[in-house]
Every structure is written in structure tokens, then in C-alpha cells.
Design a protein around this ligand. Structure first.
Ligand SMILES: [Zn+2]
Length: 407
């Protein structure tokens, strides 16, 4: 089976996760895919294959060298985004892409066009796997799984490439932020790992947001509107006042790169009680802490103005920037860099404006930067992956294994 065959087989499984179930895996269909992968890994002759009741699938490619080499791991996630259906994915290969519009679905007029997605033009002449315009593709992250499995097959077929023990791990529920929660880092048993996930060729990520969630509840005082003068406090206006006190430029729609933000994600209210929900993000830990303090200060200000207990704050941290866990082991970034350059890929280090499983794994003791899997336009019907991107990612995995053993 080729890398492409493998990928096309994997996307035929519907593995959409669901944050409402509270289970791991969050949907039973992810387990069906995990069982399939387990059988495939067995047929390929990998060892120590385990699939636990939560859908975490681990396997080993044994070392083929008589030397102490650190055990490293490659990780990808099996689920697809809850944002778009992943059922009946019907991929199509556009060979030698010529730079024109790609009609994904004529009847619904869904067109993948370089005028909206100029990055398409970086892949002229390549072979693109696209959707039929009705589902996502699932390259996020089945491209990563196909690349890892294919790299293990390649290493088995090329015993002249010497490598240490390699572990591979496939987890459920990354898209709902829970991919690392039940990941048994000790059982995985690696000095470090790489997630193969995310976008364009060359991407290498070891910085992500620090993240917190805030919910502020405002209590009003409801009185019959005909008799409300000097008595009514409408909590909706309190919520509105709070919203306008936060800096309007520090929102996702006005920020990029290393700029953090406050993101208003929900509002619910009536006269008696209103709540606003925010997520708070910043790469810089000190600025992150200051953002949380600012929310606290504004809540206190509302209480000073309208009386104690008017506004109550629930604030909780969600995850942290993995940079602090990677910095002491920067050689793992250097190795990824060198591997990319050795296979003709230009490394492109950029901060993640979000979180990753790798960040959580890093804080659980497995330093785990992220390497591109090659897909683009994730989580929607315009998702596509150039076959050449997947081949490059596979080569990077093989080269990392080789470089780690050659040190
Ligand atoms: Zn992903």
C-alpha cells in the first residue's frame, strides 16, 4: 500500500469527535478506526502494539542498531473536527494542478479558487487531494497518520538506514482539546516526540498560546418597567459596559503573530442575570498573567460601581506555552531542522495561535514540538492536501530517525 492509498483508506472512516459526550474517545466511531489501524500495524510487523479502552494506539519499530540511542516518538490524532461532517468523505485527486479554479461541487457551486486561497498557487504542478465540497477531507490529521505509518514501512524496507527504537502513537479527540488528557506518557516511554499535525510544508512549531477561560456573571435587579425608575438594574447593560471596557483592538480579528487577545465567545442574558464568556490568549507568560489581572480589575471596578456581588468571575487556566519545556532540550528542534533541510524542505518556525496536543504532552513530561503534516484549509469543505507535501513529511520522519541514531 502506498502513502496515498493509505491516506485515502483512512479518510473513508468517519472519526468526527464531539465535545458534548464527556467520553474518551468522545465518539465510538473513532474506536472503529483505531481497531483498523491496530490490525494494519500488526500486519506490518510492528511490535508492542497496544490499544487501550480510551482509544490510544501505541506501537514500536524496534531499533536496528547496536548502540544507545534515545527512544523517540511520532504522534498524530485520529479524530476530525466537529466543525464539519467527516461522513462519506469522497476525495478526488487533481493531478498536476494547473493553477485554475477547482470545482469541488458543481450543483452547490463550491469552488476551490486561488482568488480566495492564494496558497494554492504554491502547489502548481503538484497533485492535490480535494473534497467533493460536501465534507471536510480529514487530512487533519489522517495525513499525519499515513505519513507516520508509511515512514515506519519505509524504515522496515530499508534496513541500511540505522535507527533507534521508534514509538508511534495515535490518539483520539485532539480537535476537542482532549487528545493528550489520557495519553499515557510513561507507557509511551520516549525521551521526546513530535506531533505530525497541521499545515504547510516546513512548519515547525514549539510555541503556542498560554490559555485561560473567563466567565463573568452580572446580577441585575428586575422591577416592573412601569415602576422601574431609580430601581431597575438591567444586567444586559452591565454586561455591555464590561465588554466595552476591554481594549477593542485586542481581539482575534485584529491580532496576529505573537499578539495576544481577549476573545468574547458567548453572551447570554436577561434583565435579571447576564453572563459573558471569554477566552484569553497570549504567548508571553507575563502578558498572559496581566490579561487575567486586567479581567479581575474590571470585575472589581464593576462591583465598586454597582455594589459588591454584582459581578462574579470564574477564571481558569486551560493550557500553557510549551516553549518553556522545549527550551531546555533545543536539540530536538535542531534535529527537526536538520532533517527538513536534508530532504530539501525549508524550515518555517512560527508560533501557534492556539494549542496543540504536543503542548499538553510537553507539560506531562514528553517534550513534543509539532511538524507539518501538509494539509491546508482545515476543518472545512475547502480542505486539501498536496500529495507531494505528504511525501515530504514522510521523508522528514525517516530522516529524524536516522539523525537521532547518527549522533
Ligand atoms: Zn490536527
Amino acid at each position: 500500500m502506498t502513502l496515498v492509498d493509505r491516506f485515502l483508506k483512512y479518510v473513508s472512516f468517519d472519526t468526527q469527535s464531539d465535545e458534548s459526550t464527556g467520553l474518551t474517545p468522545s465518539t465510538p466511531k473513532q474506536m472503529i478506526f483505531a481497531e483498523y489501524l491496530k490490525k494494519e500495524l500488526e500486519s506490518l510487523g510492528l511490535e508492542d502494539i497496544t490499544l487501550d479502552e480510551h482509544g490510544y494506539l501505541f506501537a514500536t519499530l524496534p531499533a536496528n542498531i547496536n548502540k544507545e540511542v534515545p527512544t523517540i516518538g511520532f504522534i498524530a490524532h485520529m479524530d476530525t473536527s466537529p466543525d464539519m461532517t467527516g461522513k462519506d468523505v469522497t476525495p478526488r485527486i487533481v493531478e498536476k494542478y494547473d493553477g485554475s479554479d477547482i470545482v469541488l461541487c458543481a450543483e452547490e457551486n463550491v469552488v476551490l479558487s486561488p482568488s480566495q486561497f492564494p496558497e494554492l498557487l504554491d502547489h502548481k504542478g503538484e497533485d492535490l487531494i480535494v473534497t467533493n465540497g460536501k465534507t471536510l477531507l480529514g487530512a487533519d490529521d489522517k495525513a499525519g497518520i499515513a505519513e507516520i505509518v508509511s515512514a515506519m514501512v519505509y524504515l522496515k524496507e530499508h534496513p541500511e538506514i540505522k535507527h533507534g527504537k521508534i514509538r508511534i502513537g495515535f490518539n483520539p479527540d485532539e480537535e476537542i482539546g482532549e487528545g493528550a488528557h489520557k495519553f499515557d506518557v510513561e507507557k509511551f516511554g520516549c525521551e521526546w516526540g513530535y506531533t505530525m499535525d497541521g499545515g504547510e510544508v516546513g512548519e515547525l512549531e514549539f510555541e503556542n498560546f498560554n490559555a485561560a477561560a473567563a466567565k463573568i456573571t452580572f446580577k441585575g435587579r428586575n422591577v416592573h418597567p412601569g415602576y422601574a425608575k431609580d430601581k431597575m438594574i438591567n444586567s444586559i447593560y452591565l454586561a455591555n459596559q464590561f465588554i466595552t471596557m476591554l481594549p477593542s483592538q485586542e481581539r482575534p480579528e485584529h491580532t496576529t503573530g505573537y499578539e495576544g487577545f481577549y476573545h468574547l465567545i458567548g453572551i447570554q442574558g436577561d434583565v435579571e442575570q447576564s453572563t459573558v464568556s471569554y477566552i484569553i490568549r497570549d504567548h508571553d507568560r507575563a502578558k498572559f498573567e496581566n490579561r487575567k489581572k486586567e479581567i479581575e480589575r474590571l470585575v472589581a471596578q464593576m462591583n465598586a460601581e454597582y455594589g459588591a456581588g454584582t459581578a462574579t468571575l470564574e477564571l481558569r487556566d486551560q493550557y500553557y506555552n510549551m516553549r518553556e519545556k522545549i527550551e531546555p532540550v533545543m536539540h530536538i528542534i535542531d534535529t527537526a531542522f536538520a532533517a527538513m533541510e536534508a530532504v530539501g524542505v525549508k524550515p518555517n518556525v512560527k508560533p501557534i495561535r492556539g494549542g496543540t496536543d504536543g503542548a499538553q504532552l510537553s507539560f506531562k513530561g514528553l517534550p513534543c514540538p509539532n511538524i507539518f503534516a501538509g494539509g491546508l484549509n482545515f476543518h472545512g469543505r475547502y480542505e486539501f492536501v498536496p500529495i507531494q507535501n505528504m511525501e515530504k513529511a514522510m521523508k522528514v520522519i525517516v530522516k529524524i530517525a536516522e539523525l537521532v541514531a547518527s549522533k
